[in-house]
Ligand binder design. Structure first.
Ligand code: GP9
Ligand code: MN
Length: 640
């Protein structure tokens, strides 16, 4: 009996062993058949992770391995379709290519604290710093990215490729589908998570290092390449002659002189333009607990021509949109940031036109140079010099980076070295959302707002006001203002829609409507003339789109491609927002509810034929702006 039992056991054991063995054999064969793919996945994963750790030793997004693996799987999937002999060579070449990109990225990061984009490569001649010092930026360790290539080359030569059998095609197709699907699903999940956390980050590419930290280097370059190609296609596709003519006619009409007030009054003078981070209109001439929030700006507002109905119109490009509009009088991009998507275009920017008049032009902003693609866009817009993070001694941080105090002090020293006449464009940083870095400005008493976003903002903007005051006073004392025009304005809102109730409470607005929201989306803007001339308040409804035409008239610059208006001539109160909302100073149209409000009473009013036509006209103008950007029309028009 026992014997029989043993025999049966043996048989089963033998059978299992047989089966396991055949499975193991199959598995081994399958591993051997795909060894190149597996190895590629591991090698590239290690390299991309290593790069990620180098750009962010302090913080590395914990789940980044997921999008990194996903992106490599997508790459790998296409190679499953090739014969192994062919595939090995292709994967090897791709390994070399990715390694070189990683080396370039790491070298670029060392200088710019940023990730390379196609447009940066295209504009490499314009990039200051990195092109001049590539040698000194390269580290011997960087070549470790190529170490596997040295070892793999001889192995690949000797590697025996497994035999292909007839079933191969079907198997290949299944493998391709499976790998691609897994990669795409995993990648989509990661990209979706990023778009949930920061909705505009992917389209605007404002902070590329952060984005790369979240989705990995391969995904970043894939998105960037896709964006570049799609913009290039739009750029090269031709508009119909009729449409081109229509835009040309509109521009000609829109750029006609509307009067001679202030024409040429600033010619030959320096221009010092200061864009202030998150300076929103409601703080001007306001007090909290009996103290002025912005005592210095209030003082300078009184010494200047002050525009108290000046709106910001930024869209997906936020700060960079404010810069873009103020320097070009073109609307922000339909989606994303023009500073990123249209950095390959030709512009007739303020700096460019002033340069034609022998001005020296310089931009100052102490954040890393690649943020908002400034290192590309400043030269494109005609700035000879860009004093970015590398040009400043980062000796004190408040908020996002160098404190406004130190930034403005150091900028003043640099400004004094510029040959006159000059155009200096300064962009501040400290008063950046979420305004919770109280190191520099903790002692301003905001009473009941203590600990709230609005309270923190009041402290933050009070701090920046102090620094701006000191800067402007110094300019005056050192007689720089005798021969300079100073323009100061806020880039965009400070209080986001999420915190609107805090704003309404501060403004003592009960039962707020959309109109209460939109009418608060103003930023201060003033133009200071030598000797405090022309001081006073100008109530014209105006916007960031109007700054360049206004300055063009004052500095006698050609006005050909601007979509805004000269605020000091004519009586138009037109302000058009990127989402199609608009105001003309009498009526305010809110596009997201399709509602018109009477500016004087704040009451809703019905749409009239005239208002409808006006609305449609403004939508048309936004499309003209899009066409100008998408088809690089300024280049076309200039060429003709
Ligand atoms: C970054 C700074 C802030 O350099 O300009 O940009 P924002 O986040 O306000 O658009
Ligand atoms: Mn900003």
């Amino acid at each position: 009996m026992n014997n029989i039992k043993l025999k049966i056991k043996d048989k089963i054991h033998f059978k299992i062993n047989d089966k396991t063995k055949s499975y193991i054999d199959k598995l081994m064969l399958s591993i051997k058949n795909n060894l190149d793919l597996i190895l590629f996945l591991i090698i590239i994963y290690v390299k991309v992770m290593h790069y990620g750790k180098q750009i962010s030793p302090d913080y590395f997004y914990a789940k980044v391995d997921r999008p990194i693996i996903a992106s490599i799987l997508i790459l790998v999937s296409f190679f499953t379709l090739f014969k192994q002999s062919r595939r090995i060579k292709l994967l090897f070449t791709l390994d070399i290519l990715i390694s070189l990109i990683l080396i370039a990225d790491i070298v670029y990061f060392r200088y710019y604290k940023d990730v390379i984009t196609v447009s940066a490569v295209k504009n490499v001649k314009l990039l200051t710093g990195v092109s001049a010092s590539v040698k000194s930026l390269i580290n011997v360790k960087d070549f470790l990215y190529l170490i596997d290539i040295v070892f793999l080359a001889p192995i690949i030569k000797k590697f025996k490729v497994a035999n292909n059998n007839k079933k191969m095609f079907l198997r290949k197709a299944c493998m391709f589908m499976a790998t691609l699907l897994i990669g795409v699903v995993m990648d989509t999940q990661s990209v979706y998570a990023v778009s949930k956390e920061q909705p505009t980050l992917i389209s605007s590419m404002s902070d590329r290092v952060y984005l790369t930290k979240m989705i990995g280097n391969i995904n970043f370059h894939a998105i960037d390449a896709y964006n570049f190609v799609s913009t290039s296609i739009k750029n090269s596709s031709k508009l119909s002659t009729a449409r081109e003519q229509e835009i040309k006619d509109f521009l000609a009409k829109n750029n006609e002189s509307t009067g001679t007030n202030f024409t040429g009054t600033a010619e030959g003078k320096n221009l010092i333009m200061i864009q202030v981070e998150a300076l929103q209109g409601f703080v001007i001439n306001q007090k909290i607990n009996g103290q002025e929030i912005t005592p210095n700006l209030n003082r300078w507002v009184n010494k200047s021509m002050y525009f108290d109905n000046y709106f910001y119109q930024v869209a997906g490009g936020n700060t960079s949109d404010a810069e873009f509009m103020s320097n070009n009088s073109l609307y922000p991009a339909e989606s994303g940031a023009a500073y990123y998507s249209y950095s390959g275009n030709t512009y007739s920017s303020l700096a460019k036109e002033l340069k034609e008049k022998q001005y020296n032009t310089a931009a100052f902003h102490a954040n890393n140079e690649g943020f908002w693609n400034r290192n590309v866009m400043y030269p494109v817009q005609g700035f000879d010099k860009f004093y970015g993070q590398h040009s400043f001694n980062i000796d004190e941080n408040v908020g996002l980076g160098l404190s406004d105090k130190s930034f403005l002090n150091q900028s003043l020293d640099k400004l004094k070295t510029l040959k006159q006449p000059y155009y200096s464009f300064l962009v501040t940083l400290s008063s950046h959302y979420p305004y919770d870095d109280t190191k520099g400005y903790g002692d301003f008493n905001v009473g009941e707002y203590e600990g709230t976003l609005l309270g923190n903002y009041l402290k933050g903007i009070h701090y920046t006001d102090q620094q701006l005051g000191t800067f402007l006073d110094k300019l005056e004392k050192e007689k720089i203002l005798d021969n300079s025009i100073v323009v100061l304005y806020g880039d965009h809102f400070a209080i986001p829609k999420d915190n609107e109730q805090e704003l309404y409470k501060f403004e003592k607005i009960n039962n707020a409507t959309d109109y209460d929201w939109v009418k608060n989306q103003k930023v201060p803007m003033f133009i200071h003339f030598p000797g405090d001339e022309n001081k006073g308040v100008n109530h014209t409804y105006s916007s960031q789109m109007d700054l360049y035409p206004t300055l063009a008239n004052m500095f006698n610059l050609p006005r050909q491609y601007m979509l805004g208006k000269d605020i000091l001539n004519g009586n138009s109160g037109k302000v058009v927002f990127r989402n199609g909302s608009f105001t003309n100073g009498k009526v305010f149209y809110v596009s997201w509810t399709n509602t018109y409000y009477d500016v004087k009473t704040g009451e809703k009013i019905p749409e009239t034929e005239a208002l409808k036509a006006e609305k449609e006209q403004y939508l048309k103008e936004l499309q003209y702006s899009d066409d100008i950007l998408n088809h690089n029309l300024i280049k076309t028009f200039k060429g003709k």
